[in-house]
Write a protein that binds this ligand. Structure first.
Ligand code: AMP
Length: 396
């Protein structure tokens, strides 16, 4: 069975075609500037050079049509016809409290995704447009929605409620939802496989550290807490997002700087984080280079990032009564040895100790020091594969 995985943004659309028989990516690509002048599609068949097609894509349906024609193209294609695609798996950012697992898409599901637009105004409308574009271009092919929030729906009330008047939870569904759920689910599942133990026997902390970062506590297979909240702004300090701050700062700054809600939102989402602190970059490679060249604010930003991740690791160990595995994933977690060394430094008391030499290696591996009670693992995330697996399971 071949599954097309779609991640639709407001003006972009990423795709992967995965052959589930051998779990190999057959082709992947990206449509950019949909609905804007200068639309282009970059298509990469596995093991071959990328091709760039510059072609107008006024709508997402036009983008999907172009994706299908690239996949079936006689020269750069990887399948002979659209009928080889057994199902489409869509990444959907917010499932609210309506979706605690992946689902086959029908009118009711679309209504549910629409109902969560208020909670993810930038993402859910784009995800819906992607779904409807596929329905139009690929009628009859089953479609599955996989939600970033779903894996976290097992959190207990004490972890997801905020200390606000309860009526706001009832009226506006204000609560912690958590994000990157597909990634946390994938890497925790892989961790269990690597350790050859069922996930239902393990206490795992997963650190998804990239441009956006979140940490999750997964107790015997169920998420019991996670660092992101109502939105992906909460938790550890990120590339451009502030993470946890004293909420009183928001009204203080709005008054002092004369900011309206939209401008304040932009400060916290786009001008803060390690970019805001360092004034250098939101990219951790740039920050590392600047810190090495003696830039004290870049070093401060990195130290803040490591410290905030470490605090969550400690908090979640407290929540679960210790941990069996600590997992690092995503751009920074997978590639940045200095980050893993700093986050785990001093955690020997709770059984975490990494081997400095193993920590320098790359790829999926265990980096624990011999005899460490906790397994520290680096696991490259694969959200697309997780989406494809769910799509396959639900449509087989
Ligand atoms: P993501 O959002 O998961 O794509 O992660 C993006 C972040 O990962 C950026 O800040 C990059 O600097 C960082 N990153 C990606 N590759 C590397 C690498 N090889 N070494 C260090 N950081 C990296």
């Amino acid at each position: 069975m071949k599954i097309l995985v779609i991640n639709a943004g407001s003006s972009s659309l990423k795709y992967q075609l995965i052959d589930m028989d051998n779990k190999l990516v057959m082709a992947k690509g990206l449509c950019e500037r949909i609905g804007i002048e200068g639309s282009r599609l970059k298509h990469t068949p596995a093991g071959r050079d990328s091709v760039v097609i510059e072609s107008p894509m006024p709508t997402h349906a036009d983008a999907i049509t172009l994706v299908i024609s690239s996949l079936t193209d006689s020269e750069n294609g990887v399948i002979s016809s659209m009928s080889e695609i057994g199902a489409v798996g869509h990444r959907v950012v917010h499932g609210g409290e309506s979706f605690s697992e992946s689902v086959v898409i029908d009118e009711k599901v679309k209504e549910g995704i629409r109902g969560c637009i208020e909670l993810a105004p930038l993402h859910n409308p784009a995800n819906l447009i992607g779904i409807e574009a596929c329905e139009k271009v690929m009628p009859g092919v089953p479609q599955v929605a996989v939600f970033d929030t779903a894996f976290h729906q097992t959190m207990p009330q004490k972890a997801y409620l905020y200390g606000l008047p309860y009526e706001y939870y009832q009226k506006y569904k204000i609560r912690r939802y958590g994000f990157h759920g597909t990634s946390h689910k994938y890497v925790s599942g892989r961790a269990a496989e690597m350790l050859n133990r069922p996930l239902s026997e393990l206490r795992v902390v997963t650190c998804h550290l990239g441009n956006g970062s979140s940490v999750a506590a997964i107790d015997h297979g169920r998420v019991v807490d996670t660092s992101m909240g109502l939105t992906p702004l909460a938790g550890v300090i990120m590339g451009t997002r502030c993470g946890d701050i004293d909420p009183a700062i928001v009204t203080f700054l709005m008054e002092k700087e004369g900011l309206d809600p939209k401008a304040m939102d932009a400060v916290m989402n786009k001008q803060s984080g390690v970019l805001g602190v360092s004034g250098v970059s939101s990219d951790f490679r740039d920050l590392g280079a600047a810190a090495e060249n003696g830039d004290s604010r870049a070093k401060a930003a990195l130290d803040m990032f490591y410290y905030s991740v470490k605090k969550y690791v400690g908090a979640y160990a407290a929540v679960m009564g210790g941990i069996d595995a600590l997992v690092f994933t995503a751009g920074v977690g997978e590639n940045n040895a200095a980050c893993r060394a700093a986050v785990t430094d001093g955690l020997e008391y709770m059984g975490v100790k990494i081997d400095p030499e193993l920590n320098k290696q790359r790829g999926e591996m265990e980096i624990s020091a011999p005899g460490a009670a906790v397994h520290t693992l680096v696991i490259p995330t694969d959200e697309e594969m997780m989406i494809a697996l769910d799509a396959q399971r639900l449509t087989k």
